[in-house]
Design a protein around this ligand. Structure first.
Ligand code: CUA
Length: 329
């Protein structure tokens, strides 16, 4: 099965840094790694030397000279001092990295609001003009080369935003605003994951970050700002128009919104440009007609514990509804 998000982002690795912040963290990791390797090699080498020497000493008899005692004091003292120095140097390197990560972003940084909830991510691009505000879910788009600030909060319990290629973990806490800053340096699709246990579907609370060149990002943003392709406009398939009627007549609008229609619920993800997203259910399933049918009919089979109730629609209502949903591009 081909899942676009998975194909493009097959792994999550903090060492495959794609942003300035992640590179700082990876550099620190490699420094710790090589210092540890060096210390390990030195300890192994001196241990081997000591064992060989002891074997020799057993054959020759004990060394009675006062110099031997002094040499062992110097070596032991030197090793203790070196340990202290190394730990202190690593402490300074660690503090410098923390300092670099805490730097305030420039004023023109792109601001994105991310709200965690069980078990998905609400993503909003604020604007001074209310109609220009963009609301989407589980998929962030960011321009490459421009600083990004994420404003993180939660609607229910504590979650944690973690996209290893872009930054370390940062908690989303109810009633508290946390921030995360990074500048993506390499285009790509990066997978993220909730990193704080938040209940039944914690492991399936994923997200994708799509980093693209500025002009492509701008085009995406403009497309997201547009209202939904209205089913009532001319030239639209009759089954799409029927489907909009099914959507608005069922319980869907209680929780979901589709801009340009009467549906204005805010409990579940905004569906205005549903099909522009690569995946469904917080990056757990591919986003296609079959998976949508699965979600609509039995969301608890797709994602146990989700707040969405089952909708056992007969085929003559389900088919137009799917045509309508898949028309939301
Ligand atoms: Cu949200 Cu774990």
């Amino acid at each position: 099965m081909s899942v676009p998000g998975w194909d493009e982002a097959p792994h999550m690795s903090a060492l495959d840094a794609a942003s300035s912040a992640a590179r700082n963290i990876a550099d620190l990791w490699w420094l710790f790694f090589w210092v540890a390797v060096l210390v390990w090699a030195l300890v192994m080498a001196t241990s081997a030397y000591a064992i060989l020497r002891r074997r020799q000493a057993r054959d020759d008899g004990p060394d009675p000279s006062p110099g031997a005692e002094r040499a062992s004091v110097i070596v032991t003292g030197g090793a203790a001092a070196a340990t202290l120095l190394i730990l202190f140097a690593l402490l300074i390197a660690s503090a410098r990295t923390s300092q670099a990560l805490a730097l305030r972003p420039p004023a023109d940084a792109l601001k994105i609001e991310v709200t965690g909830q069980r078990w998905w991510w609400l993503v909003e691009y604020p604007s001074d003009v209310p109609s220009q505000r963009v609301t989407t879910a589980n998929e962030l788009h960011v321009p490459v080369g421009r600083p990004v600030t994420l404003a993180l909060q939660s609607r229910d319990v504590i979650h944690s935003f973690w996209v290893p290629e872009l930054h370390g973990k940062r908690d989303l806490i109810p009633g508290n605003l946390n921030e995360l800053h990074f500048t993506v340096e390499r285009p790509g699709v990066y997978r993220g994951q909730c990193a704080e246990f938040c209940g039944l579907q914690h492991a399936n609370m994923g997200l994708l970050v799509v980093a693209e060149p500025p002009e492509r990002f701008q085009a995406w943003l403009e497309a997201q700002r547009a209202p939904a392709a209205s089913a009532s406009s001319s030239g639209v398939d009759a089954s799409v128009t029927d489907g909009e009627r099914v959507f608005l007549g069922a319980s869907c609008p209680v929780c979901h919104s589709v801009r340009g229609t009467a549906a204005a619920g805010s409990v579940g993800p905004d569906l205005t440009h549903l099909m522009s997203r690569r995946m469904l259910g917080a990056a757990t399933r591919p986003n296609d007609r079959g998976e949508l049918a699965h979600w609509v009919l039995d969301p608890h089979d797709a994602k146990l514990g989700t707040l969405m109730p089952p909708n056992p629609l007969p085929p003559e209502r389900l088919e137009p509804l799917l045509s309508y949903l898949t028309s939301l591009r």
